[in-house]
Design a protein around this ligand. Structure first.
Ligand code: ADP
Length: 473
């Protein structure tokens, strides 16, 4: 079986969040399970020279984007046994950031068309194209609209994974014909509520639609979570399912992660105390082994529950704890948190940055990890925290509900602390329960042990994707 995995980002080349992690790890897990999986993504300006040096130029072609004719070069490299293709077009991808441009619709319509157009250059004719999020939502439509009669394309099936339904690639309706160049009967599937909607197009036309946890697959049938697409998903429920994400347990391993102040595992858990002291030292917090320290590594946005955190931050800080927040995002949260950190400089540190090295130091050096998301399709940060023995405090939504089993002090089962309602005081209560347990060393150690011995690998989920691929072939 051959799978072409199309994504707008993939680690280690380019990554802004969970999608980049998934596109790095799932193809590896599929390859390990003997499914030939190649990844295709744009050649961004930010991809480092270290990787570019290993690229091989396969050739170029011309892609029609509406009335425009655009150059598309293809480069190839192999990393850790997985083959990657990069679509080169400097007009679209030589930019200072990968998203957030006025012409994102056109950029990713171009990318989607190029994915299909360059298949003969790669000589990799897939059985399945696995598309991810709105940036690749037009692939199933374009495949049906333009390519089906070309040799090698007739039997290709498509899977479309929704990593976050909030982002839909909504454009002016004129884009469908002018920019995407999609004619007649296929234009209708790209339209929703008067706009062009690239996510909706993918949902309509793919053979299977997945999302990244079971709970989120249920939640997005509900208007609170669906950002307007509940009716479309309701109609397409027959082809929708949830498969929970894993993490790259080789990369995120406290025993080998080079970013840590001291490597450790369950048997050498004392090393975690050195990570804590190292973190406190690095961020200029008092070095105190017995003070619980709460970490956050997150986009600073409404989705991630930052409004709850800001609402009760003074109550949180009134406890005998410390807190370290790493993130970038909405200006209002960046400034609110930075201002509070100035006032409570011996308790709260806020680092406005996207930095994987510091992230690892927080996952390893903290005792607790706060993730009070309004909604969370899967969430990877809580998995990384648990892998590093850091106890998650989460809201019971989406993948957080599926992966963080509440700690039961009687049975000594579970690996985190949870709350249900999207309410700052319910979150505060969960934090207090977690901090209370921290001081009961027997219970705490049991909770840490449960967290660290959980299976967060991709193995089980990769098997589910393989079953799904088989079901449509
Ligand atoms: P989302 O994709 O919604 O942002 P996830 O929890 O699925 O959330 O994935 C977030 C990923 O991005 C994790 O790997 C996390 O460690 C990483 N990340 C988020 N913010 C930062 C940051 N400021 N610095 C480094 N890594 C970050």
């Amino acid at each position: 079986m051959k799978v072409l995995f199309a994504a707008s980002e993939a680690g280690p080349f380019m990554r802004t969040g969970g999608l980049g992690d998934v596109a790095a790890a799932l193809p590896k897990a599929l390859t390990k399970a003997k499914v030939e999986t190649h990844v295709i993504m744009p050649l961004y300006e930010g991809i480092s020279e270290q990787y570019r040096q290993t690229f091989e130029f396969l050739g170029s072609t011309v892609v029609n984007v509406g009335w425009r004719q655009q150059y598309a070069g293809v480069f190839k490299c192999v990393l850790d046994g997985v083959t990657y293709y990069f679509i080169d077009n400097e007009y679209y991808f030589k930019r200072y950031s990968i998203y957030g441009h006025y012409d994102d619709g056109e950029r990713f319509a171009f990318f989607s068309k190029a994915v299909l157009e360059v298949i003969p250059l790669t000589k990799f004719y897939p059985d399945i194209i696995h598309c991810n999020d709105w940036q690749t939502g037009l692939i199933p439509v374009m495949l049906d609209g333009f390519y089906r009669l070309i040799e090698g394309y007739g039997n290709i099936k498509t899977v479309f994974t929704i990593h976050n339904i909030e982002f839909q690639g909504r454009m002016d309706i004129s884009c469908v014909s002018e920019v995407f160049g999609i004619p007649g009967e296929f234009a209708d599937v790209c339209e929703y509520q008067g706009d062009a909607n690239m996510l909706k197009a993918g949902i309509e036309r793919a053979n299977k639609v997945t999302t990244v946890s079971n709970t989120y697959a249920q939640e997005i049938l509900n208007p609170y979570f669906a950002y307007g697409l509940e009716h479309i998903l309701g109609q397409r429920q027959y082809k929708l399912c949830g498969i929970v994400n894993g993490i790259d347990t080789k990369k995120y391993n406290p025993k080998t992660d080079k970013a840590l102040f001291k490597n450790y595992d369950l048997k050498s858990i004392a090393g975690k105390a050195e990570c804590k002291a190292g973190l406190q030292n690095m961020v200029n917090l008092p070095v105190a082994e017995d003070k619980p320290i709460i970490g956050m590594v997150t986009r600073l946005t409404n989705q991630k529950g930052l409004d709850l955190v800001v609402e009760v931050i003074e109550q949180i800080l009134s406890m005998d704890i410390q807190m370290v927040v790493l993130g970038t995002g909405d200006w209002k949260y960046e400034t609110a948190l930075s201002e509070i950190a100035k006032k409570y400089s011996n308790k709260l540190v806020v680092i406005i940055n996207f930095n994987s090295d510091i992230a690892s130091k927080i996952y390893s050096g903290c005792d607790m990890f706060l993730m009070p998301s309004r909604f969370e399709p899967c969430g990877l940060s809580q998995l990384m925290a648990m892998r590093y023995g850091t106890i998650p405090i989460v809201r019971e939504t989406g993948g957080l509900k599926d992966t963080v089993i509440p700690f039961n002090p009687v049975e000594k089962t579970g690996r985190g602390f949870t709350f249900k309602s999207y309410n700052a005081y319910d979150m505060l209560d969960a934090i207090k329960r977690c901090v209370g347990t921290y001081y009961n060393k027997e219970e705490w150690n049991a909770c840490v042990k449960n967290a660290m011995s959980g299976d967060y690998s991709w193995e089980q989920s990769a098997k589910q994707y393989i079953e799904l691929y088989k079901s449509i072939l």
